[in-house]
Each structure stands twice: as structure tokens, then as C-alpha cells.
Design a protein around this ligand. Structure first.
Ligand code: EPU
Length: 433
């Protein structure tokens, strides 16, 4: 029996009512990678502030299939024992559900000399090829074969060798995957044109603290000297705050709050968003670990031209929440999604709610505002667009139901409870089939 759940929201009909404090959780895209890094450890490691989300459960399931024993020793804290790890085939069921399982391929190939995995799944956000991964494995001495169901990668002699790899695009997961694989490779690896997302640096620093030799973190070139299995006894990785979750709550504050404190975040990671909101006329202040947004009914925001970009540019994962903001500003805003092709189709449902959004092509859209929104029933297509639908529902008039809560649960923990605390009228509907 499968349970299906949806979110039901009674909207604020354009009124500004939210107030109080909402706390940001640990970053999904940091915790997942440190969990995957467990494959590089000879003993154990502990990870705290792990968000309670579907993707984390899937990653733990994938690791358990490989022989990594994970147990929760406190809420949000997991100890992973890696001395019994014995397997390098990634469970097809898990991999199909979660594209980020691709980050396991590097550490597994490096540790066992072979890895097999199915064609990766994940969110429906357009084309997401894996050529950069396959090219990198070839450069490190592996051979790749493709079957009807997926890939098998092997390295003769069992050990990858260091290589110089130039990424044709600064891919986040490819940077993390090769940084990890290189730790167990023979000799030096130089990764060029790497991604600069702060989750990568956070992962790298933790790996260094456990014995890895990595230089150049936070710059476009990372150098890794293969140095053997890592040791994580007495080591704890404290997951950095989720900048996408923080950003989504800040946008919600700009849309519907009188005074909202988004706490437990790192505003330094949010420069692009905060700069855009400031330019639109949003009033906020920042502290070391919070952003506080102030709003009043009379304030009119101005339109923006938004271009998504690799970090430190505007994150693609905040593009959909920002589009909801654009439906409420006076004038025409422009969105240029440069990272993913086809990550704009969610706008069709926003139009059904009364927005005036027009998709120009697979990368560009314009939104005319302000338009009042009306509650509707909709299906969440992926986690970020799903969250955007919730934001739209919160400001709309009447009731909104967002189905496929599963997608949203992949990335945001205890959402109904946290949103209810700041004044959102939201509940979860669960139906057993
Ligand atoms: N790309 C290729 N070939 C490859 C790999 C990537 O063409 O082999 C392309 C992608 O199709 C895309 C571009 O490179 O056009 C950059 O994508 P990237 O590889 O950086 O994305 P990712 O690593 O798959 C991570 C996050 C995403 C986030 C992007 C961009 C994780 C698990 N995922 O994905 O997060 O949108 O970086 O910042 O870290 C999310 O959390 O909702 C999410 C989708």
C-alpha cells in the first residue's frame, strides 16, 4: 500500500500576515555528499544536523545496500560504520529515484575498481546528462560500458590514476564526485573549471580533516593528492545551513510577512538573492546567522531581470520561488534560466492561478505583475517548483492543494509545522491507495 500526500493551504488573499521566526535546517545538497563520502572511510564517521528528508533516507538506503551501517544516535545525527562495505553496485530502485546517487559512483569506483549504476533519475527539470562523469572516469584510467539498463565502469588493476580534468561545465556533483574519487587514486589529480558552490568547500574541508590532501577549495582549480582511505573516528561533520531553504523562506517573507526572522542561515551564501530583493525594494536586515524581513501593505516592489548562474550567481534552485515574487511586483520581470534546459514549465500552473507568465523558450520567460492569484489544485513537478507552488498558494485567495508532496518532502523537512508556526494555514492530506 502506497500513501500519497498533498499539501492543503488556505491562502492569505494578498494580505501580509506572517510573522515570527522560522529556522533553517541542514543543507540537503551538503549532507547527501558527506553521506556518499562514507565510502572513502576505513572506519566510521558522524554527521550532525542531517535534514529529515526523503533524499537523505534514499541515500541511507543506497549506502545500506553497499554494506555501510548507518544509525541515528540522536535526532538528525547519524553514525556510519564503513568497515563492512563490500559492494559496488548501486541499487537501481534508489538510483532511479534520486539523481544525486551519481555522487556515489566516484568513491565506489575508486575503492573497488568497479561500479555499476542505472541511468540516473531524479527531478523532472529537463535534460541532465552525465557525460562529464563518464569522460572523467576515462581520463582516470577506467573503461565504461553501457547496457540496456545502465553503465558499468571498471579500472584494470583496480586503482584509478590521477589525471588533469577540465570540466566543460562547472558541474556541482561532478566536482564533488571527482574530488572524492581522486582521494583514493594513485598520484595527483587536478580538476579545472570546477563549481564553486559552498557545499563543495564544506565537503572538502571535512575530508581534509579526515586525512585527505586537497588544495584550492573555493577556487576554480582543485588539486588532490591520492592518499588512501580516510579515518573519521571522533570526527563530526556539522551540516552547513541550507541556503536554498533559507532563500525560499526569505522570498516568502518578502511576499507575505510583516516581520519574519529566517534564522540559522548564513547570509554570506545568499548575496545574489539578497542583492536582487534589495534592488526590488524589499526591506530586510542581516545578522551573522539570520535575515529579518520587514513588510507593509503599501510597499510596491519593482521588476527585475534575473539570470541564474553558478555560485556565487543567482541559484537555479531559487528561480521558481523568485518567479512567484515576480507575480507580485509592479511591471515586467524577465527570467533567464542558464543552468537547466526546461526548468520553466512549472509556470503554466502559476498562470492557471491568475499570473501572467509567458515562456519564451526552454530558457527564458517573462512575468507581468502584479496579479492577484487564486487558489487551485496542482501537481508538484519537482521539489523547487513544488515549493514555489506552496508560496503561490500562501499568497493566493482561497484554497490551494499541491499534490505529489513526495517531491517537496525530498528537500524540505517538517514543512507544515514550521510554516504553521509563522502563521501559514497549511496541512498535509494523506490518502492510502
Ligand atoms: N551537465 C552536463 N553533463 C554532466 C553533468 C552536468 O551536461 O555530466 C550539465 C547539467 O545538465 C546542467 C549543468 O551541467 O545543465 C550544471 O548542472 P550540475 O551538474 O551542476 O547540477 P547537478 O550537480 O546535477 C546540483 C544540485 C542541484 C542544483 C545544481 C545547480 C545536488 C544533488 N544537486 O545538481 O540541486 O540545481 O547543482 O546548482 O547537489 C535541487 O536540490 O533541487 C537540485 C536540483
Amino acid at each position: 500500500m502506497e500513501t500519497q500526500s498533498s499539501f492543503q493551504i488556505e491562502g492569505l488573499a494578498g494580505e501580509r500576515k506572517l510573522t515570527g521566526e522560522i529556522k533553517v535546517g541542514g543543507a540537503k545538497n551538503a549532507a547527501l555528499k558527506v553521506l556518499a563520502a562514507s565510502v572513502l572511510f576505513k572506519d566510521e564517521l558522524t554527521i550532525s544536523r542531517v535534514p529529515e528528508i526523503e533524499d537523505v533516507l534514499r541515500m541511507l538506503e543506497a549506502l545500506s545496500g553497499l554494506g555501510v551501517v548507518g544509525r541515528a544516535i540522536a535526532p538528525g545525527t547519524y553514525k556510519l560504520s564503513t568497515d563492512k562495505i563490500s559492494q559496488s553496485d548501486i541499487s537501481p530502485e534508489v538510483a532511479k529515484k534520486m539523481r544525486s546517487s551519481i555522487v556515489l559512483t566516484g568513491p565506489l569506483l575508486a575503492r573497488f575498481g568497479r561500479v555499476s549504476f542505472p541511468f540516473p533519475g531524479g527531478c523532472v527539470i529537463g535534460k541532465r546528462p552525465i557525460d562529464i562523469f563518464l569522460d572523467g572516469y576515462l581520463a582516470m584510467g577506467a573503461t565504461v560500458s553501457e547496457s540496456e539498463t545502465g553503465y558499468s565502469v571498471e579500472v584494470a588493476g583496480g586503482q584509478l590514476h590521477g589525471a588533469e580534468i577540465f570540466f566543460r561545465l562547472p558541474s556541482v556533483t561532478a566536482t564533488e564526485t571527482f574530488m572524492m574519487a581522486a582521494i583514493l587514486a594513485k598520484g595527483k589529480t587536478v580538476l579545472k573549471n570546477v563549481a564553486l558552490e559552498p557545499e563543495i568547500e564544506s565537503l572538502g574541508r571535512f575530508l581534509i580533516s579526515c586525512g585527505a590532501k586537497i588544495e584550492g577549495l573555493g577556487t576554480p582549480t582543485i588539486m588532490i593528492e591520492g592518499n588512501g582511505l580516510l579515518s573519521g573516528r571522533e570526527k563530526i561533520y556539522d551540516t552547513m545551513p541550507d541556503r536554498i531553504e533559507a532563500g525560499s523562506f526569505i522570498i516568502l517573507g518578502a511576499l507575505a510577512a510583516t516581520d519574519l526572522k529566517v534564522s540559522g542561515c548564513d547570509p554570506v551564501h545568499l548575496d545574489a538573492l539578497l542583492g536582487a530583493l534589495r534592488a526590488a525594494g524589499v526591506n530586510f536586515e542581516t545578522g551573522v546567522d539570520f535575515v529579518r524581513i520587514f513588510g507593509n501593505e503599501d510597499k510596491v516592489f519593482g521588476p527585475l531581470e534575473l539570470k541564474t548562474h553558478e555560485y556565487p550567481g543567482f541559484p537555479t534552485d531559487l528561480q521558481a520561488p523568485m518567479a512567484i515574487f515576480f507575480t507580485q511586483v509592479a511591471g515586467q520581470s524577465f527570467i533567464f534560466e542558464t543552468i537547466f534546459e526546461g526548468r520553466l514549465t512549472y509556470l503554466e500552473a502559476i498562470d492557471r492561478m491568475g499570473a501572467k507568465a509567458r515562456i519564451l523558450d526552454s530558457h527564458r520567460a517573462i512575468i507581468d505583475g502584479p496579479t492577484p492569484l487564486e487558489g487551485k489544485e496542482m501537481e508538484s513537478p519537482d521539489l523547487r517548483a513544488g515549493l514555489a507552488y506552496l508560496l503561490a498558494g500562501i499568497i493566493a485567495k482561497g484554497q490551494t492543494i499541491v499534490h505529489n508532496a513526495y517531491y517537496i518532502d525530498r528537500g524540505y523537512e517538517h514543512l507544515t509545522e514550521r510554516l504553521a508556526q509563522i502563521g501559514v494555514n497549511i496541512k498535509r492530506l494523506t490518502r492510502a491507495d
